[in-house]
Design a protein around this ligand. Sequence first.
Ligand SMILES: Cc1cc2nc3c(=O)[nH]c(=O)nc-3n(C[C@H](O)[C@H](O)[C@H](O)COP(=O)(O)OP(=O)(O)OC[C@H]3O[C@@H](n4cnc5c(N)ncnc54)[C@H](O)[C@@H]3O)c2cc1C
Length: 401
Amino acid sequence: MAGGGAAGMIAAWRAARAGHDTTLVEANDRLGMKIRISGGGRCNITHDGPMSAVLAAFPAPQARFLRPALHAFTNQDVLDLLAREGVHAQARDNGRVFPVDGAGSAAKVTAAFEAVVRRAGVEVRLGARVRALEGAAPALAALVMEDGTWLRADRFILATGGASYPRTGTRGELLAALEALGVPVSPWFPALAPIPLRTPRPEWEGVALREGALVLRAGPEGKVVDRFRGDILFTRAGISGPAALELSRPAEAARRAGAAWLGYDLGAGDVDGDLVGLQRANPHLAVHTWLARRLPERVCAPVLAERGIDPDQRMKDLPRAARKELAALLGAFPLGEPGRGDLEKGEVSAGGVRLSAVDPRTMAVKGWDNLRVCGELLDVDGPVGGYNLQAAFSTGFLAGG
Ligand SMILES: Cc1cc2nc3c(=O)[nH]c(=O)nc-3n(C[C@H](O)[C@H](O)[C@H](O)COP(=O)(O)OP(=O)(O)OC[C@H]3O[C@@H](n4cnc5c(N)ncnc54)[C@H](O)[C@@H]3O)c2cc1C
């Protein structure tokens, strides 16, 4: 077993309980580093609800692949296992399930998984990084460790995760090793990451746009290709926040394809009509006062200056062109072109071992007799909300069976 994260711990636990001599090699000097930092240190363990609904949150091809795994080891199975170790959880209104303990609870979740792994009799080797894979289809011969030693086994399970947050141990290097052995893979790709902007607004760092939708346009005609309802937050380099994380993957894909633009639909309705009405009903209202009710204060002065609109101008004096500009601004607040997505900053990495190359009932790599893969090393990336850990636990469970 390589990789002592969410998937690897569950796989090792199940394999050892089934009576297999199980050795778990983990590059870090402790298990479950990513679980420890998950959910801001609280760990959003899974998502509540029937498994059909949990599956529906994944893109359709991923959901099809994950169905056997998520039914074999469900969200309730994960929570029962944790409860037996004294970690109790509850679902929030939005379906995200967290431990009841609050701050620091991710460390307790990790400790619970580690306890079941060790009790099952797994030999855990920490500070042990796999450097390469030795063998040829249909049989892997050994894991080549960083110190040059070979670790031989009858069966190998790879659970080394993705390529984001490399300081937590996940560098993604075994994907290239698998590809070299002929296993079909898709390259790593950023997902659930902040989106850098070609023209960032560092002076707006910390400002949020709320209650609207982030809209992605792409292609020669700038057609809307995706949108996600949720807040965004300006950062020094671009935007973050729930809607930015969810659109990061399609934004990067559109950018690579050649043309992409982002805007924020503030859901303001018929702004032009409202402005025309206001010019009659409240002719002395200053433009700046009106705009500050709809946009954060820090944003108002610069956007008016950039459009050559005097902030003190009264509604009655607002020229038609300026009125149209303001209406367009609130309809789709322009954010510009996305910059190059940063794989390292993603909560997950898209890409990985292609799902078509893996048996969804066992996680065995097709064409190989003794090789299984699970967790984020697979080409699976769900949305924020506990889905990714659940996918890791469930695929790990099947891989260890
Ligand atoms: C900041 C952050 C917050 C997150 N919060 C949540 C959340 O709240 N809920 C949720 O569902 N998902 C969350 N995720 C995503 C979730 O953590 C991952 O999807 C999940 O951990 C993947 O499980 P895994 O076992 O496949 O990989 P990991 O948990 O990353 O485990 C892989 C392990 O393999 C080890 N390893 C890597 N390469 C080697 C090698 N060559 N040799 C030996 N060992 C190796 C690593 O050190 C690591 O311990 C978050 C991710 C991040 C980065």
